[in-house]
Design a protein around this ligand. Structure first.
Ligand code: NOJ
Length: 760
């Protein structure tokens, strides 16, 4: 291989003088492509699955033979540096041109050191932590053979029924953009100019382009139908932010956009992505995305493969549409050699940027992997980040707990390891995370007793439990009757001074293809919780969930609720840290919690409508409201409390008028008025009061997480730039329109701490 590369390199050098202003990479790839057959070029566009994880219906077979024949450009979800080295060796030593292949994986929220599910991570509002989690994921994955992660998922979503809200950053566009950038920096490197030059920097893949988070009825893979003005203002920006941050690849979404499946949508993949946004990396389909276009009803296998290639897809994940159809399509004149060359070049460019032509085994560092993967240092960071992601929803003087007396730990999530990492943790080891029971028992270190009872199964319906605990994430169904389980729990409760109820969803109740129409805590667990509360003992609900849940009864009746999402491999220690007050919770919700499913989609950045409900009212005839529930969420976007309290000064602004192109600042002073140190996420919202199109009632446009000692104050200043005042108008021009703006700064999206200014 080395020899062959040297030869190619030497040829490139020889050609350099007569090849005009081409870069070294261009010359190298020109030379290489000059030697490739059509079949080999098409082979570069093929991405079969190699691992044990199958997320769709199909599996790839006979992979090594196909690598030898040059029919494989990349493989994904194969784990382990040695295994990957072996497969790479086939590509490099046994295929005609020795072109190395890409090894991808769903490294979504950590490799083996698992961080909170992305929705939880977003609730930390800590961009340094988000970047660090991606950095550590890249360090571990890259040592273990992986050079490409299918992350970040930046799909904005406002529908808690959709299971994949667990994998995104919630409902907000602005926060989604900042998280998208941080993740790309973490994976590819902090400096755009030097990204992907180190051996622990891997290709990011922004997904799912586009609008995957807006399926009708919150049902995965369902139809999406959206106005362009909403796409550009609310759903597109996080994809664009990731691309502007340097993301080297993009994954097409399964859904349709404007009636054309994204995979075959040339407006999306070429006009928007490449022409408007200047993306110059490569686009991969999602799993069998090309093949699924047949079911979408837009053509037969040959025709959908042609549509996808011509639309701007470069790599075909699992469908085999390109390898099966594109050569024939070329012979028939349905695609051109240029279409094939363009896609092939983009894949080769990614390999070149990664340095695979210099060292195809660059990412197979087994010894380093053995040292670094799931090392103590990474786990300590994951523990800290997990504790930052938890959101304290309610606390009537129960938390933090004292390490004394008897703690009754009850619930089906109290003694499971495999559920702790959370959904989409492909490389995780499910047998290693501590259970909550172990975490609490270790934390009290003999100073208190921790008694345990399961209390209930996850759900009463056995079949539903099976569907909800896939991929080995079982909860160990207990075959005793509900009454027997409950009685045992009540016996523990009676002996306890305080009850910690570990309840909620199993990790596979959210994630891909895990949508729900009832998003309450499952039936038997609710019964258990009611019985525990009825004992009169203080109850802390430690809530596991991959989505916002409906928690009306709980919010009313349970004295303390700590939402811990799925905190990753170190969940148990992080839960103990927060329950016992070693860490003061500082997470804030990034998705509104509805009062019931009927309110969905529910999000703070809504529009006023022509018939808004008047402030403080519930029902009024002929207003935009419901007969049976008010319009407000149970817990709003940005909400989360702490073991301390914070006070905000009135917001002040540097000017009440600003000229076109000018900026101003908004300022508040935040004081920790409680007795313990804490962190507060200070949030700045803008409302563009009058526009040429209707505008949201408010939109997040800035935030800062500040750490304050008791009694300490900090002034937080936000610069309001022309960009923050701008939006896409009905011609899809990005404009700041003159008129009044209201700026609000406070602890959550309901804040009334506001001032107004005029843009002239
Ligand atoms: C399907 C999912 O939609 C996508 O997010 C994932 O990256 C691929 N499967 C590969 O596993």
């Amino acid at each position: 291989m080395k020899k062959r590369l040297f030869f190619i390199g030497a040829l490139c050098m020889a050609l350099a003088s007569c090849s005009g202003g081409k870069s070294e990479m261009d010359r190298f790839i020109d030379e290489l492509m000059g030697k490739m057959t059509v079949e080999e070029k098409i082979g570069q566009l093929n991405l079969p699955v190699a691992g044990d994880i199958v997320t769709g219906q199909a599996k790839s077979s006979n992979v090594s033979e196909r690598i030898r024949k040059g029919e494989v450009g990349g493989l994904f979800n194969l784990k382990g540096a040695e295994k990957i080295r072996d497969v790479q060796r086939i590509a490099v030593e046994e295929s005609r041109l020795g072109i190395p292949i890409l090894f991808g994986m769903d490294v979504i929220h950590g490799y083996e050191t698992i961080f909170p599910i992305p929705l939880g991570l977003s609730c930390s509002w800590d961009m340094a932590a988000v970047e660090q989690s991606a950095r550590i994921a890249a360090e571990e994955a890259s040592a273990d053979g992986i050079c490409w992660t299918f992350s970040p998922m930046v799909d904005v979503s406002r529908d808690a029924r959709w299971g994949r809200v667990s994998e995104g950053s919630g409902e907000d566009t602005f926060l989604g953009c900042r998280i998208a950038e941080a993740m790309v920096r973490g994976y590819q490197g902090p400096d755009k100019e030097t990204q992907l030059t180190e051996d622990d920097q891997i290709l990011a893949c922004v997904k799912h382009f586009a609008l995957y988070g807006a399926p009708e009825a919150g049902r995965d893979y369902n139809t999406v139908d959206m106005s362009h003005i909403r796409m550009y203002n609310e759903y597109f920006p996080p994809y664009k932010a990731a691309i502007d941050a340097g993301a080297a690849s993009v994954m097409a979404s399964f859904n349709e956009v404007d009636g054309v499946p994204a995979t075959g949508n040339s407006w999306l993949m070429t006009d928007v992505l490449r022409k408007q946004w200047g993306f110059d990396g490569f686009v991969v389909t999602d799993y069998t995305g090309i093949y699924e276009m047949i079911a979408h009803g837009v053509g037969d296998f040959e025709s959908v493969s042609v549509q996808a290639l011509k639309a701007g897809i470069d790599m075909d994940m699992v469908s085999e549409g390109f390898v099966v159809n594109v050569k024939n399509a070329l012979d028939k004149g349905l695609v051109s050699m240029k279409d094939i060359d363009t896609a092939c070049r983009r894949i080769l460019e990614a390999k070149y940027r990664l340095g695979l032509f210099d060292d195809p085994y660059k990412f197979c560092r087994a010894e380093e992997a053995a040292q670094e993967v799931y090392c103590q240092e990474h786990r300590d960071i994951a523990r800290k980040i997990a504790s930052e992601s938890f959101v304290l929803l309610k606390n009537e003087n129960v938390l933090p707990l004292k390490k004394q007396g008897t703690i009754g730990l009850i619930g089906p999530l109290a003694e499971t390891r495999s559920n702790m990492p959370g959904t989409w943790s492909v490389a995780a080891r499910f047998d290693v995370p501590k259970t909550i029971r172990e975490g609490l028992t270790e934390a009290v270190a003999g100073k208190a007793r921790v008694l345990y009872a399961k209390g209930s199964n996850l759900v009463s319906d056995y079949d539903l439990e099976i569907r909800s605990t896939m991929f080995g994430r079982e909860l160990g169904r207990d075959n005793r009757t509900d009454a027997q389980l409950l009685n045992e729990a009540l016996a523990v409760a009676r002996q306890s001074d305080v009850i910690v109820a570990a309840l909620g969803e199993a990790s596979e109740m959210s994630g891909e293809s895990s949508c729900r129409t009832d998003i309450g805590i499952p039936d038997v667990q609710q019964k258990l919780l009611k019985a525990l509360v009825a004992t009169g003992k203080p109850v802390v609900l430690v809530l596991f969930n991959g989505r916002p849940l409906t928690l009306n009864w709980e919010a009313e009746n349970v004295p303390a609720i700590l939402d811990v999402w799925f905190g990753g491999s170190e969940t148990a220690d992080a839960v103990a840290d927060v329950l016992f007050g070693d860490v003061n919770p500082s997470g804030k919700l990034t998705m509104s919690f509805p009062k019931n499913v009927g309110q969905i989609p529910l999000y703070y950045a809504a529009k006023n409508t022509g018939r808004p409900l008047l402030e403080g009212r519930w029902f009024e005839k002929f207003r935009s409201n419901y007969l049976d529930v008010d319009n407000d969420p149970l817990y709003p976007f940005g909400y989360g409390i702490s073991y301390t309290t914070f006070e905000y000064s009135p917001v002040t602004i540097s000017a009440t008028e600003v000229g076109k192109g000018g900026s101003l600042t908004a300022e508040v002073t935040v004081t920790n008025t409680g007795k313990v140190a804490g962190k507060e996420v200070v949030q700045m919202y803008l409302q563009d009061v009058v526009g040429s199109t209707t505008r949201p009632l408010r939109e997040l446009k800035g935030f800062e997480k500040v750490a304050l000692e008791p009694g300490e104050s900090r002034t937080v200043t936000f610069e309001i730039t022309p960009e923050l005042m701008s939006h896409y108008n009905s011609n899809l021009e990005f404009v700041a329109e003159p008129g009044e703006f209201i700026v609000s700064v406070g602890p959550d999206s309901r804040t009334k701490n506001s001032a107004s200014f005029m843009l002239k």
